[in-house]
Design a protein around this ligand. Structure first.
Ligand code: UT7
Length: 330
């Protein structure tokens, strides 16, 4: 009898650009200060992709190359690329296609998935379906955003929060019961008004007027988003724990989206998890949107052990939110 097929993460890659935008530099750009940013958000610096003709796919190429090298496989072995991003290189073609071309994934099909800060968890769950169904053996799930391309560096409400970065994971079949165990994913479109980019889509196609009005920049009503984020992100982790009869003792790592240190702490507290079980690197990278969760895995990879129980959690624009329960496979 064939045992059940799970989709397991078998390799991780990551990349952040070199340029460090510190709170001190932001103090010279907008009316803000290091103390406010650190106490309200936990962020000290973020990375920015500088240079002409550089886009989100350029963040993904080094991440994917690192992943392939670690796993010891060629790009032509990839069956599918799901590129989770809210800052695609262009409206189309999909950044997944651009990435495939740049890394030589000539046998892969692919598409972009847009769920703002929950993008990576939506992509992970979607990608897992192709492994569990037996359709594919190697699915690449990439989460990356060049947030600096949609940030108004004159708006202190948003420019202190975001950074550029990208992480990628490989999903492969696992027959030992490891890998993705369960997920709860949610959306509520009525939250769209609090966090969005209005310009450049079919509602407000780019024009002189949309640019003059700044509609091509990320807009956020921070306080409203914060309230929902704290409640929903902590709530969905708790729901997934109850659904799988998990106590805090059963969980080795919380892998939270990195939007605000206070949201992360509230989620950890509600799940009963101490600081040393929570992955936090927001102080270095800020909010990289689809990149936060895979960049945490990238940084903590060496500490993870086969069989470890990971709870992922995210909340973001849409609103979208969710939690994924996964057992580490290597
Ligand atoms: O990842 C996608 C989901 N996004 C999130 O989860 C983000 C959720 N929201 C947040 O993390 C927080 O709401 C922010 C970090 C964005 C803002 O923190 P807050 O504690 O909610 O501050 P606030 O917006 O209530 O502003 C408090 C004060 C205001 O001044 P008054 O009205 O009290 O005089 C702001 O004008 O802080 C002021 N302020 C700033 N001061 C210095 C706002 N931004 C800044 C700034 N520097 N950058």
């Amino acid at each position: 009898m064939m045992s059940k097929v799970n989709a397991a993460i078998t390799a991780v890659g990551g990349y952040v650009p070199d340029y460090v935008l510190t709170n001190q530099e932001l103090e010279t750009m907008v009316d803000t200060n290091d103390e406010w940013i650190v106490t309200r958000t936990g962020i000290r610096e973020r990375r920015i992709l500088k240079g002409e003709n550089k886009a989100t796919s350029d963040l993904a190429v080094p991440a994917v190359r690192e992943l392939l090298e670690k796993r010891g496989i060629g790009a032509e072995e990839i069956d599918l690329i799901i590129f989770c991003t809210s800052t695609p290189d262009m409206l189309f073609p999909a950044t997944a296609n651009i990435l495939a071309d740049k890394v030589g994934a000539i046998n892969a099909w692919g598409y972009d998935l847009q769920a703002a800060c929950s993008g990576f968890l939506f992509g992970l769950t979607t990608g897992a379906q192709f492994i569990e169904s037996g359709h594919h053996k190697k699915v690449l799930v990439v989460g990356g955003d060049k947030m600096s391309s949609v940030i108004n560096y004159k708006d202190r409400n948003t420019c202190i929060l975001f950074g550029d970065g990208c992480g990628a994971v490989l999903l492969e079949p696992n027959y030992e019961g490891l890998g993705l165990q369960d997920a709860l994913l949610r959306s509520d479109g009525s939250g769209g008004k609090y966090l969005n980019i209005k310009g450049g889509g079919s509602l407000h196609p780019a024009s002189h007027e949309t640019v003059d009005a700044g509609l091509h920049y990320a807009y956020q009503e921070g306080r409203s988003v914060f309230k929902f984020a704290v409640t929903k992100m902590a709530g969905v982790v708790e729901d997934l724990m109850v659904k799988n009869s998990l106590t805090s003792e059963d969980i080795d790592w919380l892998v939270p989206h990195q939007a605000n240190r206070r949201i992360i702490d509230a989620t950890a507290e509600r799940a009963g998890l101490p600081d040393d079980k929570v992955m936090v690197n927001i102080e270095k990278y800020g909010n990289t949107t689809s990149g936060t969760i895979p960049l945490c895995l990238w940084e903590w990879e060496k500490k993870l052990k086969k069989g470890d129980s990971l709870m992922f959690a995210a909340f973001g624009g849409g609103f979208t939110w969710g939690s994924v329960y996964l057992k580490w496979a290597y």
